[in-house]
Design a protein around this ligand. Structure first.
Ligand SMILES: [Cu+2]
Length: 125
């Protein structure tokens, strides 16, 4: 029951991230859960995720709807990962890619940063 509640909180906070209207429709279950009072923020587990030099990193990035979203994500990747080279963001594939050209690249940091501005992101590998 508690887990279900936490899931509801998480879904509600993800819903609040949406910056464009296009994909913000929530299904009935999500809607019902999101009306529950939120007493504790659902924090993503902090897991160290580091890419090595020369490694191509592919991130799945959800909720991008237009070129504006793509630009925001691309800019953020460049700002957040000093060693990121050849940063590309693909709207249709819902993907961001870069090659790590530093001794290591903090992928956990960039996925957290992208998620924070409204695009739930994860390292797809
Ligand atoms: Cu957009």
């Amino acid at each position: 029951m508690k887990n279900l509640f936490l899931l509801g909180s998480l879904l509600a906070s993800l819903g609040a991230y949406a910056t464009c209207d296009e994909e913000t429709k929530t299904d009935a279950v999500t809607k019902a859960l999101s009306t529950a009072p939120i007493t504790a923020p659902a924090a993503a587990p902090a897991v160290a995720q580091t890419a090595l030099k020369g490694e191509t990193v592919v991130l799945s990035v959800r909720k991008m709807h237009c070129g504006g979203c793509v630009s925001k994500v691309e800019k953020l990747v460049k700002e957040t990962v000093p060693g990121a080279e050849g940063v590309t963001v693909d709207l249709e594939k819902k993907e961001a890619r870069f090659t790590c050209n530093a001794s290591s690249c903090d992928v956990g940091k960039v996925t957290a940063a992208i998620t924070k501005i409204g695009y739930p992101a994860a390292w797809a590998r």
